[in-house]
Design a protein around this ligand. Structure first.
Ligand code: ADP
Ligand code: ADP
Ligand code: ZN
Length: 217
């Protein structure tokens, strides 16, 4: 089963995708995580190319992203489906994804659109903290760690993503409206779009998603 999580920055895509992945036992593919990992490496050409775009809140070019996802989908663990988080983000990416999946006799089965108002998005992004060690995601108010500044899972330090600063967030929200929102219509036409109220507790939203994709037996 191939699932796409769609929604603006801060909508909760990563949080929900991680849970879905555990419950459905299919891999979580976050293009943002893959890019950040490549940047962290310091020497990967992909990381070097992506860094400037991310820092400015702009999208990394489609060609780069499509190659990256193509390679990820070829891996063995992706054979039964993936949960895509942060991809596609443009019409060209959505078309490329359809083509890639079609070659394997697959198609996007559900597009889960997380609907969250701008006020809430801004609060979520400004308080988001991520673990330097394992990538776990927290929020200073909505999902705090037991010990301040320290990951519950691995003990490493928490940091704020550079692109979660206010000026960059404004740009990312604009980029979403301009380049990603058209995908709502794209997937509506293909009858796979499910708009979901993205405000409430993480658990409540997860239940809404499971109602759509179905609980595993
Ligand atoms: P968010 O939490 O805002 O949804 P992500 O972690 O998914 O952010 O992405 C962070 C940044 O990585 C984006 O602002 C963009 O620069 C880059 N990026 C991630 N996925 C894509 C993609 N599919 N196409 C282009 N750029 C991407
Ligand atoms: P995205 O991947 O769409 O950018 P994240 O899953 O990283 O979003 O969530 C953004 C921030 O909001 C994180 O700090 C996360 O802990 C927090 N968050 C996620 N879901 C909720 C929720 N339902 N209510 C409050 N905060 C949330
Ligand atoms: Zn950690």
């Amino acid at each position: 089963m191939d699932i796409v999580l769609l929604g603006p920055p801060g909508a909760g895509k990563g949080t929900q995708a991680r849970r879905l992945s555990q419950t459905l036992k299919i891999p979580h593919v976050s293009t943002g995580d893959i890019l950040r990992e490549a940047i962290g490496d310091g020497k990967s050409p992909l990381g070097r190319e992506a860094q400037e775009y991310i820092r400015r809140g702009e999208l990394v070019p489609d060609g780069v992203m499509v190659d990256l996802v193509e390679e990820r989908l070829r891996r063995k663990d992706a054979a039964q489906g993936v949960i895509l988080d942060g991809f596609p983000r443009t019409q060209a990416q959505a078309e490329a994804l359809s083509t890639l999946l079609k070659r394997q006799g697959r198609s996007v089965e559900h597009v889960l659109l997380l609907d969250v108002d701008v006020e809430e998005l801004t609060q979520r992004l400004s308080g988001r903290r991520v673990c330097k060690g394992c990538g776990a995601v927290y929020h200073v108010n909505f999902n705090p760690t037991k010990e301040s500044g320290k990951c519950d899972r691995c003990g490493a330090a928490l940091i704020q993503r550079e692109d979660d600063r206010e000026e960059v967030v404004r740009e990312r929200l604009k980029v979403y409206e301009r380049q990603t929102q058209p995908l709502i219509q794209f997937y509506k036409e293909r009858s796979v779009l499910h708009p979901i109220q993205g405000q409430g507790t993480v658990e409540e939203i997860f239940d809404r998603l499971l109602k759509i994709v179905g609980r595993p037996h």
